[in-house]
Design a protein around this ligand. Structure first.
Ligand SMILES: *Cc1c(COP(=O)(O)O)cnc(C)c1O
Length: 383
């Protein structure tokens, strides 16, 4: 089976992890700071806070921005549910704004329609690795006195109008899950230029412990204080060593992903049934996913059948994503459901994610192309 995504761990990664295992610091040691520093430098942000997952990163950010009951946070429906879940963790209400049909990125015009005086933040999601349209989103956020945030779990290494992902919003979240660009097993990071937000997230990831060194000196070395509730969302030194080693290879990983994507682009360019998502001219795509829309009206099979046929041929296709507002949790607690975001809902019926990961060979890519082409060709409706 050719999976839809897969990590690439080499001997260098393994030896860096082994060094930490043999050291005095398994967690909260020097590798954490070093990893934060290298990610901050890579994306060009002033502060980076490492946490135990991308989801923890979103939660820490919502907490640092004081999202609470009666607050609304605008999110797109085409994302991993964690984007919206993080709002709910803090008692806030995720408000779904529809996406653009050609890119599946948050549509600024739809955002404008759902803004209220309770809107506290807008989370842009760089779906598939393409930065969303930050300029109009930023303008809207400023107008309604909300914060623009970026869930860039798909898009580290991407660029928008010449600027790096990680500098496009007030704060940006990354994930280091194995299917993402670089991995720490599980892991996440928030980057921001806002020192206060960074500080709050550091406290939050460590139980809410605030007492600084000076206070401890005065009151005894055992002394600490918890002012606000926090969690244990720390990332270990073992994981950070892996992250540092992986980050050294990210440009090669990105380059390979882009090359695979251009092979797919070329293969499907004249196919009336298979349409890759549109890539805007002013972005550099990071290609976490390669998503195509299938014109099932022209076929005698549906998505489920196509999906199963490709899986049977050993192609690990996937669907990203079930619109978040379709999930029973959201239907039951936030009164969402079909009809709320028609563009996302229609796209959901048509999308399929093809395998893409740096170690994928050109032969693998060709196998995927031929499988999809053949199935589509054999099931064209008679005209
Ligand atoms: C992967 C992902 C997350 C969550 O990251 P984890 O590290 O798996 O917790 C959040 N948002 C998006 C868009 C993601 O792809």
């Amino acid at each position: 089976m050719i999976p839809y995504g897969k990590q690439w761990i080499d001997e260098d990664d393994i030896s860096e992890v082994l060094k930490v295992l043999q050291s005095d610091w398994l967690t909260t040691g020097p590798c954490v700071t070093a990893f934060e520093k290298s990610v901050a430098e890579y994306v060009g942000a002033s502060h980076a806070v490492a946490v135990s997952s991308g989801t923890a990163a979103l939660h820490a950010l919502m907490n640092a921005l004081d999202i609470k009951e009666n607050d609304e946070v605008i999110v797109p429906p085409i994302t991993f549910a964690a984007t919206a879940n993080a709002v709910v963790y803090c008692g806030g209400t995720p408000v779904f704004a529809d996406v653009e049909s050609d890119t599946l990125l948050l549509d600024p015009a739809k955002v404008e329609q759902v803004v209220t005086d309770r809107t506290k933040a807008i989370i842009g999601v760089d779906f598939a690795g393409q930065p969303c349209d930050y300029e109009p989103l930023k303008k809207l956020a400023t107008e309604c006195d909300a914060v623009l945030l970026s869930d860039a779990c798909h898009a580290i290494g991407g660029r928008y109008k010449g600027r790096d992902v990680g500098t496009l919003a007030h704060a940006t979240v990354f994930s280091f899950h194995p299917v993402k660009h670089i991995t720490t097993g599980e892991g996440g990071m928030i980057v921001t230029d806002d020192e206060n937000v960074a500080h709050r997230m550091r406290v939050f990831r460590n139980h809410g412990i605030t007492t600084d060194f000076k206070q401890r000196e005065e009151k005894g070395h055992w002394y600490y204080e918890i002012e606000k509730l926090g969690y244990n969302y720390r990332l270990t030194d073992i994981q950070c060593a892996l992250g540092i080693s992986q980050l050294k290879k990210i440009d090669a990983f990105l380059d390979r992903r882009r090359k695979i994507a251009s092979r797919y682009d070329a293969a499907f360019s004249n196919n009336p049934v298979i349409s890759p998502l549109t890539v805007r001219k002013d972005v550099l795509h990071a290609y976490h996913l390669y998503v195509v829309k299938i014109e099932f009206d022209l076929l005698s099979i549906d998505r489920e059948t196509l999906f199963k046929m490709m899986r049977d041929e050993g192609i690990g296709v996937n669907v990203h994503y079930i619109p978040v507002h379709y999930h029973p949790f959201y239907r039951q607690n936030f009164n969402t459901g079909k009809g709320l975001c028609p563009v996302a809902e229609k796209a959901y019926e048509q999308i399929i994610s093809l395998p893409i990961f740096p170690q994928m060979t050109n032969d693998d890519v060709q196998t995927v192309i031929e499988s999809l082409d053949r199935i589509v060709h054999h099931h064209r409706k008679h005209r």
